[in-house]
Design a protein around this ligand. Sequence first.
Ligand SMILES: Nc1ncnc2c1ncn2[C@@H]1O[C@H](COP(=O)(O)OP(=O)(O)OP(=O)(O)O)[C@@H](O)[C@H]1O
Ligand SMILES: [Mg+2]
Length: 520
Amino acid sequence: MTELWTTVASLMGVWAFSQTLLLAVFPPELRFALIKLFQRLFNCCSSYCYYDITEIEGVNTNELYNAVQLYLSSSASSSCSATSSNRLSLTRGLNSSAITFGLSHNDRLTDVFNGVSVVWEHIVTPRQSQTFSWRPLPEEKRGFTLRINKRDKSYILESYLNFINEKANEIRRKNQDRLLYTNSRGGSLDSRGQPWESVPFKHPSTFETLAMDPVKKAEIMSDLRDFADGQAFYTRTGRAWKRGYLLYGPPGTGKSSMIAAMANFLRYDIYDLELTEVQTNLELRKLLMKTSSKSIIVIEDIDCSINLTNRKETTTTTGGGDRNSSTFVDGDIETSGTNNSITLSGLLNFTDGLWSCCGSERIFVFTTNHIEKLDPALLRSGRMDMHVFMSHCSFPSLKILLKNYLGCTPDDVETSVLQRLEEVTDAAEMTPADISEVLIKNRRDNKKALRELLEALRVRAEKNRSGLQRLGADVEEMAEEEEKRALESPKEGGDAAAGGGCVEEEGGKELEDNIIMGLI
Ligand SMILES: Nc1ncnc2c1ncn2[C@@H]1O[C@H](COP(=O)(O)OP(=O)(O)OP(=O)(O)O)[C@@H](O)[C@H]1O
Ligand SMILES: [Mg+2]
């Protein structure tokens, strides 16, 4: 035992002596070179290679460091025991409600990729001196060191780093709250040069809560899923990775709710484009360029936003004045060279032209209450890939609302009541918004809610029926009067009948239209 201690003491003595010799004999530059040499020798003999990924490269943040940190957070949380200690760091990022795990300082973690095992080490050292920089640097130098066996390096390194980037993006998207953007500031930019303002997007509408025909709903969901998973398809077919939906139907049928459900389903951000705030096509293009991938770009009530009835028609924007006064210009913006107005062709370029594919994986949604008012150019196939009619509440939709608002399935409702509901729902032509109101008011008492709903539906159905009957009677009465007049003055009547057949027809149609409008 005494011998052992003597040996240890003499070894330590030799070590101290060599160190003193090294310091005394070799100047600092030579010392540094020697250390480097030893390191090289060690690296040659070692079967591993090491990669340093520092948090800050020069003065720029190293994106790869953030990606690795996020990537390791998923492994770290699930395999706390795989790390060399049981300590993990926890963080919550900006705009994120999720907590991420991370490797603690100077801790290690083993990861396996394609059957190859690698080791990550998180190295944190105090920063020696504050180098000159336009922004303050953190007091600690942080970085990851990746250790890979030399023989595996060429086999996995590139694919492993790509995999880490993809995974990190996925985690980032999952953790980050989605945002709802608006261009309500007009064309002006904020301090970061952004034309969009954003707030966290927290709309609770989902496809489960959306009341619509289940078959149509499933079709839309599968279309969205195919779109989101379709990168390879879009590349193969040479198409821009984007899709257009036109949602149309009466107010209160769930068009806006559908957009929120789409965004929640795909976990996309929403850009709510207020077209009346956009002055020129150029501004529109700039807005488009500042949208991110995986987003839904929405133009609500497109028929009211701006006068887009003719491709050659522009809307003057003198002093931000009346947007409905229109002038005709020669051709579209690109050929006329006019840049101070927004045109239909500008909008079509926005959704369809070359600029529409700056970025990828984007969905355009237009909504309108009056599809008949839209220019056919907006409706032609290929422009808006899917036209979705949001109809008045049907019986299948009603069942979804009953489940959402009252928590009752068809089995919980008396058969006779259910039957009555089924009979009157279509005829009542009530919107899901109307029905929701009745249900919200009485949601504490299911029986009362059902009673009131049935009554409301019955009254509306009755009103619609009598309205139709009145319309039919009016048209009949008018026809009789015309017939009588024709008999009373055969010559005039004959002329009128011969030369003005279409006048009569048009007059009758006009009257019929007036009566319909009156009823509405
Ligand atoms: N199909 C639906 N499913 C579930 N709830 C709906 C549906 N339609 C309407 N609602 C309810 O009615 C409210 C108004 O609906 P929403 O704003 O989506 O209608 P809209 O079609 O966009 O109307 P508008 O044409 O006036 O913009 C929503 O908050 C929602 O609660
Ligand atoms: Mg709406």
